[in-house]
Design a protein around this ligand. Structure first.
Ligand code: 13P
Length: 268
């Protein structure tokens, strides 16, 4: 495995995103957002050196936009259509997300791949539409437990990354990769900091091999049972540039504490 030198550590601002998944209602969304704003008021320097945001379910993105507009938090979406606007019942286009002032959009989360059969070709199209609309695609990759146990982690990730290189190369260096081992999502099992580092370095080497511009400076964030108790150790690794947080992003205090752990990385 080739681990490229981590020469651009300083330039990679840590990124922490909360993926709320299909949880909550208006009342809990309001509560969570006001918890985040309260945390920011209490500790104004909390987000210094960190980029942080939430990805609520579609119906609550407008609410997040309204509540977070004057804050340092951003917001994004959990999915986007692989079509332009038109007769695609039930879909949400990249330009609609731009209208909601989204910064990020998650693409290819393992739950989308598993439950909705999203293919590499669709994911590439999503990346291109997202970029064209001015959004930053956060492309999720990761291996299953069976694949890890069969020592296929690298071949699975290489195939996922290879399929996306052309689309990523078209984003003018505005993309993020989220490494989310499927076996660590919502299970309480976390990749060890060393396991995460090894895979993140491998992903970066595949981006370089695929001639994706900006590979060295691209943020590769980790997702899978990140908690306040393990965030600092994970973010302490040279190629772990932040986190994509599921369960813990539904508790304002936990999410804030994970943001704080990422802030420590930026002042290392
Ligand atoms: P958990 O943090 O709940 O494991 O979820 C991770 C995830 O899937 C974020 O996208």
């Amino acid at each position: 495995m080739t681990a490229p030198a981590n020469t651009e550590k300083v330039r990679r601002k840590p990124l922490v995103l909360g993926n709320w998944k299909m949880n909550g209602d208006v009342a809990t969304a309001e509560q969570l957002l006001s918890g985040l704003l309260h945390g920011e008021r209490e500790l104004p320097a909390l987000l210094a050196g960190v980029e942080a945001g939430v990805c609520p379910p579609f119906p609550y993105i407008g609410l997040a936009a309204a509540r977070l507009a004057a804050s340092q938090f951003g917001w994004g979406a959990q999915n986007v259509a692989h079509f332009d606007n038109g007769a695609y019942t039930g879909e949400v286009s990249a330009t609609m997300l731009r209208d909601l002032a989204c910064t990020w959009v998650l693409i290819g989360h393992s739950e989308r791949r598993a439950y909705f059969g999203e293919t590499d070709a669709q994911l590439s199209t999503k990346v291109e539409f997202a970029h064209r609309a001015g959004l930053v695609p956060v492309v999720c990759v990761g291996e299953s437990l069976a694949e890890r146990e069969a020592s296929k982690t690298e071949s699975v990730l290489a195939a996922q990354i290879n399929g996306l290189c052309t689309a990523l190369a078209s984003t003018n260096e505005r993309f993020v990769i989220a490494y989310e081992p499927v076996w660590a999502i919502g299970t309480g099992l976390t990749a060890s900091p060393e396991q995460a580092q090894q895979v993140h370095a491998f992903i970066r080497s595949r981006l370089v091999a695929g001639s994706v511009p900006g590979a060295a400076g691209a943020r590769i964030i980790y997702g899978g049972s990140v908690k306040p108790s393990n965030a600092q150790a994970l973010f302490g690794q040279p190629d772990v540039d932040g986190g994509l947080i599921g369960g813990a992003s539904l508790v304002a205090a936990d999410f804030l504490s994970i943001c704080r752990a990422a802030a420590l990385r930026s002042i290392r």
